[in-house]
Design a protein around this ligand. Sequence first.
Ligand code: SF4
Length: 438
Amino acid sequence: MVVVSTALGSPFNKYCLTLLYTESNKYSIHSLVAAMEVSEVKIDTYLIRMWDFPKIIDFLLTNYGRIIIGISLMTTQLPEILPLLEFLKELKNSLQEKVVLVGGGPHVSGDPLGSLKQLGFDFVFIGEAEKSFTEFLSRSLEGHEVNNIKGIAYLDRGEVLTNRNDEVVNLNEYPPISLKYGLFNPIEVSRGCPYACKYCQVSYVFGRTMRHRSLDIILKYCRKLIKRGINDLRFISPNILAYGGSGTKVNFDVLAEFVDNVKKLKDLGGKLYLGSFPSEVRPDFIDSDIIKLIKNVVSNRRISIGIQSGSDEVLKNLGRGHTVEEALNAINLLRSHNFTVDSDFIIGLPNEELPDSLKTLELIQKLIDLGGVRIHLHYYIPLPGTPLAKYELKPIPEIIRRKLLKYLGRGVIFGNWLRQEVVAFKIQKLRKEGVILN
Ligand code: SF4
């Protein structure tokens, strides 16, 4: 358990905030705590691991008049977190006003109805929550009405009421990390994505307009991280090469300014990582000029590229906005400049027929033959709020599975695709059982 804020002794100590803290949601929690820091919300806040929840609840109930429990949820976590949500629902029912259960993250944004009606949340925060969540906390602490906050949804006599929020968060108004409480992670430099690929929640949660944190602020936090001994400078973005632009093409001048300035931090000990996890790139953004720009300044020799399928038909149906040939060209170019490549693929896509899967296998084989390319394989997950969410999952054809398992055995593919396959079917089952309603 981490206590990140203390307001004991203040008139607000009757409230506390308890946030579920997991490997998958920790970056979202860090940004919320950072947002609370600048918004000067004073509330005792506990970041709690899942297994500690039942143990800590008694302590909280004894010491506080009211507990706000916040869960930032990804759909892939839902099967695992359901028992905790059941426990919290019962707790809430038995204690009534003493416990307020609030949800955020991609899952509740994609399925506010199911999250309120089935998972038991009192309020859900739709989309980005830096502003709406801190406002919710401030108003709750002051005893004011919270129902009219923009960006939240709640149930009113069984009906879901949503307060639309057409404003997007200005990233420059919120810190990317919490310096005060030492909650660090790669710096989020851009948010939103214009591509709206049909299987991905990014555009549906954060919008299609790409926004960027200003270079000055990014550099400020890079320096702060180095000062705290974190020299590896990594960034979060739907596509790091889109920094400073609309998201559909490179804004070379702005990107070059970004690279030039971050590379100067080498003098302080900073090491620049670009295009490796968690800032993958799109293949159609790779060209010789870009490679020359980053080649001698980045510390990573590996670039992660999203390809997803070896079938142009599938790529088109997904709305990926690039072809197989473009992906191959990008990889060849990177290899000719001595970068190794991790290429992302998704298997089990709803719009994929056997000939498409065979094309994916063919491309995978081609990349393996090329050398210096690892295949990062994913299984398709039906995410609420995306256009493909309700498509029936298809098992991987045996011929494809056998071949993939052979590759796995040879160590040329990696990733959680087998576990994701299990999770995907669990998510589909939850939809069929009415736990997920979108
Ligand atoms: S380009 Fe990447 S981040 Fe953007 S919608 Fe497609 S998969 Fe998501």
